[in-house]
Design a protein around this ligand. Structure first.
Ligand code: GRF
Length: 208
């Protein structure tokens, strides 16, 4: 059983999708063992507690500088014996210590089809605002490994979602979550736990 540690900052609907998938028996080779929040008031922490999952809080502002924070988060993840780290709406940038310690073992969910609408500053509603501004007819979500380049790590799964006339950023965000994020994030986690994701040259192959 792989130990899955989920990092959150907010509402935690992606965490909920992972918990639901686990409860349905869809994550056969892994188990969510800990939820770590950058925000002590995140509703995601309640979702974890309701499901009997251990929680921790680590706040960037409790550390003198970014390096110290990076070391502390790395040490915490190691202390939890994380085999896989999942970023499910985690709003703090990861440092190079965490990224190097967990190479190809950190999965993020991005609410667009990478390489569209991604990179520095593309998070939350902004992603959907930009998609609407451009007038794309299709957007979606991407589950990918995290490397030093923002939203630049190997892509694991993507799912397309239609953009409809009259969409607002909020309406589009909800559709992307329901139709794509909540489906592909648990699937990517399940595949990782089954050792079915092979990474070569910053690309992945999903083994049968
Ligand atoms: C999602 O849109 C996800 O794509 C992004 O942050 C949001 C998190 O929402 N990375 P939630 O906390 O999982 O509800």
């Amino acid at each position: 059983m792989k130990r899955i540690v989920v990092l959150v900052s907010g509402g935690g609907t992606n965490l909920q999708a992972l918990i639901d998938a686990q409860n349905r028996g869809e994550i056969t080779r892994g188990r969510i063992t800990c939820v770590i929040s950058s925000n002590p008031n995140a509703y995601a922490l309640e979702r974890a507690a309701k499901n009997g999952i251990e929680t921790e809080v680590i706040r960037r502002r409790d550390f003198a500088d970014f390096d110290e924070y990076d070391s502390a988060l790395t040490a915490l993840l190691k202390a939890k014996n994380a085999d896989l780290v999942v970023l499910a709406g985690f709003m703090t940038i990861l440092g190079s210590q965490v990224i190097n310690a967990f190479e190809n073992r950190i999965i993020n969910i991005h609410p667009a089809l990478i390489p569209s609408f991604c990179g520095e500053g593309y998070y939350g509603l902004r992603v959907h605002e930009e998609a609407l501004k451009k007038g794309v007819k299709v957007t979606g979500a991407t589950a990918h490994f995290v490397n030093e380049i923002c939203d630049g790590g190997p892509i694991i799964l993507q799912k397309a979602v239609e953009v409809l006339d009259g969409d607002t950023p909020e309406v589009l965000q909800k559709r992307v979550m329901e139709q794509a994020e909540w489906k592909i994030l648990p699937k990517a986690v399940a595949l990782f736990c089954e050792d079915k994701i092979k990474v070569t040259d910053n690309k992945t192959v999903i083994l049968k």
